[in-house]
Ligand binder design. Structure first.
Ligand SMILES: Nc1ncnc2c1ncn2[C@@H]1O[C@H](COP(=O)(O)OP(=O)(O)O)[C@@H](O)[C@H]1O
Ligand SMILES: [Mg+2]
Length: 244
């Protein structure tokens, strides 16, 4: 019901096929890492999922529906694509109020969410003074405003220091434990290795592996090593696990 599914998703631009026939899923109660080097097609696939890009063919579905078919998208899917979308001359609170008003969400949710992301004391500060890490956390708070079942995060660890990354890890784990479906992208395999339950790994737009982290890592000391083995193996296009 609240599964994310890529079904034969393909997205081609004029000169480049960003995503080629992607079949993969992300399940409720689990953190799924959407991994691959820069240019692998992660953001493009996530943009298709969130209705920000139109698939050339295939589908990206949320609970069996495309984003545009969702009746109340902001209450069904929380997304963080980049954290530069705030109006710097407004406070964190004011930025959140605008979104609440647009989406018909009670303003009462703002302060508890600011506290959840540890910005409870800076809600009345203008966001232009926020560090990248603070903006990332504010983006997470915004994504959770509608209490969505599904969370889609594109490179949320970018700009976070080790403490911030540890914080993000626990934050996502608590949400997954509460039953949410979490799809989180990263180009840094080592960083997400300790955060995710399942992985979907892309390289040059193609799926190279999908399944439980332990299964993909089997026989390797790290996910990075498993990735390198997969991209250099002759059968590098085969997939494991639940990639149907
Ligand atoms: N709007 C676009 N127009 C043309 N090419 C694009 C566009 N968006 C992405 N691409 C290309 O698609 C490929 C995948 O990019 P992207 O999805 O951003 O990868 P990732 O997020 O994994 O780094 C890259 O070669 C990129 O240059
Ligand atoms: Mg990207």
């Amino acid at each position: 019901m609240t599964t994310i599914e890529f079904k034969g998703l393909r997205k081609a631009y004029k000169d480049v096929t960003a995503v080629e026939h992607l079949d993969a899923t992300a399940q409720p109660g689990r953190i799924t890492g959407f991994l691959g080097p820069n240019g692998a097609g992660k953001s493009t696939a996530l943009r298709c999922l969130l209705g920000l890009a139109t698939p050339t063919s295939g589908e990206a579905l949320i609970g069996g529906k495309t984003y545009s078919q969702l009746t109340d998208p902001l209450k069904q899917v929380g997304a963080v694509l980049d954290s530069s979308g705030f109006n710097g001359s407004l406070t964190a609170n004011q930025n959140m109020k605008i979104i609440c008003t647009a989406a018909g969400i009670s303003h009462d949710r703002i302060q508890p969410l600011l506290e959840l992301v540890e910005l409870g004391e800076v809600g009345s500060k203008r966001t232009k003074g926020f560090s990248l890490g603070m903006r990332q956390r504010l983006s997470l708070a915004v994504a959770l405003l509608g209490d969505p079942q599904i969370l889609v995060l594109d490179e949320p660890a970018n700009g976070l220091d080790p403490i911030g990354i540890a914080w993000l890890r626990k934050f996502l784990r608590d949400l997954a434990d509460a039953g949410k479906t979490i799809l989180v992208s990263s180009h840094q395999l080592a960083e997400l290795e300790h955060t995710v339950d399942d992985v979907i790994i892309l390289n040059h737009g193609k799926l190279i592996a999908a399944g439980a982290l332990a299964e993909i890592k089997q026989g390797h000391t790290s996910l990075e090593e498993a990735f390198l083995a997969l991209v250099t193996a002759p059968a590098a296009t085969s997939s494991k696990g639940d990639a149907k």
